[in-house]
Design a binder for this molecule. Structure first.
Ligand SMILES: *Cc1c(COP(=O)(O)O)cnc(C)c1O
Length: 394
């Protein structure tokens, strides 16, 4: 597909190969390994766009939207970031001042921030203690006449089951917008994919996501033609025809260069997601005898393990212990949205949403990117086993 341009001076830098042996740092995430494998493809894709000089819109964008739509079984509209995909969707759903939007406080800031930017008010409700996903009972208890939308977040790569939520929302005239930033390639226990039952799903291609651009990028998925058209219009300042604006949108376009890179990378995504699952299965077994609580998988669903998140009351000590052995780990998320200063006027207090607050104190994400070696995985697992006083695996 991208073979047409092959200048002889293309270089894929040879980064030192890390062996994962004792003492070698194990990063939480490392894109240089992916670049070493597919750098040539990406360079060819970028140069093709560069020489074609079609930088905004055009073939590369259309090609990516077609491929992504086929992969996700929906219409795909390329958007400037995952945040903008959420914002554009809320705008296209006519969410604004006076409206309430229910969501989880245990998520990346964008979910709540976009709600506030429309002029609507976020309503944060508590999460499920096992899956960290929005708790549907809590959602239902938050029902009020002003609730216009609910945003489930498919956290860490696992989808919240959609059928029951969408049914409840439809019964009450509420729109469902999925924050699918972390779950491309996943399906729920009924085989439902993002954007299938809801109004729309927002994807992010931030570089660290399962499918990452070389910069900011995102997309909206929807099965409704009219909504897809509305999103396209919102992406282009609400323009109906050249310089004619029916409503106010924004510049939410995604560059052709990013689309070309994402087109090249998308073909690798199924393999990468499988590898993430293999790593998760390895960690599950290796940590089974320790005191950590492994991530709960919803049966019959497909998890894509954007993050592998364990839980332990000794989280901070464990993180420190791993760091001393050069092993990276991260806390997603240390502070829930309902306790952020910018949402202080909503009136939540420490203790308002105890399940989410406990999760913030106890979760720890382990390295899980596809290029991790067996040796590195063994070292991570054995370090955690050691912390809990268990023997190292052979
Ligand atoms: C990454 C992410 C976003 C935002 O995506 P950007 O592309 O960084 O704007 C939104 N929600 C969640 C849950 C995310 O993980």
């Amino acid at each position: 597909m991208h073979q047409s341009i092959q200048p002889s001076n293309l270089t894929t830098p040879a980064a030192p190969v890390r062996d994962g042996g004792a003492g070698t740092p194990i990063p939480m995430f490392d894109l240089t390994r992916q670049y070493r494998q597919i750098g040539r493809e990406l360079e060819a894709a970028v140069l093709a766009v560069l020489s074609r000089t079609e930088y905004v819109g055009g073939t590369a964008v259309a090609e990516f939207e077609k491929l992504l739509g086929d992969f996700c079984k929906a219409q795909a509209i390329a958007i400037s970031s995952g945040t903008d995909a959420i914002l554009a969707s809320l705008m296209a759903l006519h969410i604004g001042p006076g409206d309430l939007v229910i969501t989880t406080p245990f998520t990346f800031f964008a979910t709540g921030g976009c709600i506030a930017r429309t002029g609507a008010k976020p309503v944060f409700v508590d999460i499920h203690p096992d899956t960290f996903l929005l708790n549907q009972d809590a959602v239902e208890q938050a029902l009020k006449p002003a609730v216009r939308c609910v945003i489930p977040v498919h956290l860490f790569g696992q989808m919240m089951p959609m059928k029951a939520l969408v049914k409840w929302a439809c019964d009450h005239g509420i729109s469902v917008l999925e924050d699918a930033a972390q779950c491309i390639g996943a399906h729920d226990p009924d085989g439902i994919v993002p954007g299938e039952l809801s109004a729309a799903a927002a994807l992010s291609f931030y570089p660290t996501k399962n499918l990452g651009a070389a910069g900011d990028a995102g997309a909206v998925l929807t099965r409704m033609d009219a909504f897809a058209a509305r999103i396209r219009q919102t992406r282009q300042h609400g323009e109906v025809s050249r310089y004619v604006h029916d409503f106010v949108g924004g510049n939410f376009r995604l560059d052709a260069m990013q689309c070309a890179i994402l087109t090249a990378k998308l073909t690798h995504l199924p393999q990468w997601n499988l590898r993430r699952n293999e790593i998760a299965t390895f960690y599950d077994a290796a940590l089974a005898e320790t005191d950590v609580i492994p991530p709960t998988r919803i049966p019959h669903a497909r998890h894509v393990f954007h993050q592998y998140v364990i839980r332990t009351p000794k989280r901070d000590e464990l993180k420190e212990y791993l760091a001393r052995q050069g092993i990276g780990s991260m806390v997603y998320y240390p502070k829930p949205l309902h306790l952020q200063q910018c949402f202080a006027d909503l009136g939540y207090r420490p203790g308002s949403l105890p399940v989410a607050e406990a999760a913030c104190r106890e979760v720890l994400a382990l390295p899980i990117f596809p290029e991790l070696t067996e040796q590195e995985l063994n070292r991570v697992a054995n370090a955690i086993r050691g912390f809990f006083g268990k023997r190292a695996m052979a």
